[in-house]
Design a binder for this molecule. Structure first.
Ligand SMILES: C[S@@+](CC[C@H](N)C(=O)[O-])C[C@H]1O[C@@H](n2cnc3c(N)ncnc32)[C@H](O)[C@@H]1O
Length: 266
């Protein structure tokens, strides 16, 4: 099949050059595995510059889930967690989704797992694992994603962060989540990753294989368009769509609504 230059799947010569550049950095960080130890961001105990409606929703979530993220995290990380929790909470009501709690959960492509607390609060898992292929990436302050992730999960019992390629990660779970997996190549390049990591079919097939029967795969995509592409890819793994929620009233303004889809084995 010929992919037109205007298609989101098109990879130009410049993209390949960029990919080569990202590959050098990616491989260097993998070889170096730099870590300065667990890095804990400081909480200021407050949230910053929220509108009255945002504050109201934050209070609602904090009351419902008995969780104040700002007591543990700095304002940006705390608000990010409220944002993820807001989406999950609204989807739960809209889809009448029941979450049993006490299940084994795995999140794929977790970046620095800044949102682990939101997952923990919502799903109440007996075990939570975040899997990230680029976990040794270095930040400007000399800390790595791994260092941050260790700090983000420090207070969460039975939670870990694994630097691994999920395509070859064998770990069964009753809940598997994927927040914004790459389903077209451009966003992957924008995240400064090499095209060799662009393999959504294998990634999502692994999720389907790791999902126990009766378990739920929760996928969140950036837009309806992206969700459509992702839908075909997950369908091809044999999982069956159980419902879709469009997050039209997000806590943080977005250019397009995020889309949450629930999947199970037939
Ligand atoms: C768009 S980012 C989303 C990050 C995070 N889920 C969030 O919500 O902020 C996608 C993430 O998936 C990771 N990723 C891509 N391919 C992967 C793979 N094969 N195994 C594990 N992680 C992968 C990337 O490194 C990146 O951190």
């Amino acid at each position: 099949m010929r992919i037109r230059p205007s298609s989101p799947h098109h990879v130009s010569f410049t993209d390949r050059l960029r990919s080569g550049y990202h590959r050098v950095w990616y491989e260097a960080s993998q070889a170096l595995r730099w870590s300065r130890g667990t890095f804990r961001e400081r909480s200021t105990g407050t949230l910053r510059k929220l509108s009255p409606s945002q504050l109201q929703r934050v209070d609602e979530l904090a009351d419902t889930y008995q969780q104040r993220f700002e007591e543990t995290f700095p304002p940006e990380t705390a608000f990010l967690n409220y944002g993820y929790l807001d989406l999950l909470d609204r989807a739960k009501h809209d889809l009448q989704w029941s979450i049993p709690g006490g299940q084994q959960m795995c999140d794929l492509g977790s970046a620095n797992f800044a949102y682990a607390a939101a997952l923990y609060t919502f799903f109440q898992p007996c075990q939570l694992t975040g899997v990230e292929v680029d976990g040794h990436r270095l930040y400007c302050n000399g800390r790595s994603r791994f260092d941050y992730a260790r700090g983000h999960i420090q207070d969460l019992p039975h939670t870990d962060y694994v630097v691994a390629d999920y395509r070859t990660h064998h770990q069964t779970a009753q809940i598997i989540s994927a927040w914004f997996p790459f389903v077209t190549p451009k966003p992957l390049l924008a995240w400064r990753l090499p095209l060799s990591l662009f393999d959504p079919s294998t990634l999502l097939s692994r999720a389907a294989n790791n999902l126990v029967f009766g378990g739920t795969f929760v996928m969140i995509n950036h837009s309806l368009e992206e969700a459509k592409v992702a839908h075909h890819l997950v369908e091809a793994t044999g999982l069956v769509c159980q419902g879709q929620f469009i997050h039209t009233r997000p806590l943080r303004p977005r250019s397009q609504p995020a889309v949450l889809t629930l999947w199970q084995h037939s």
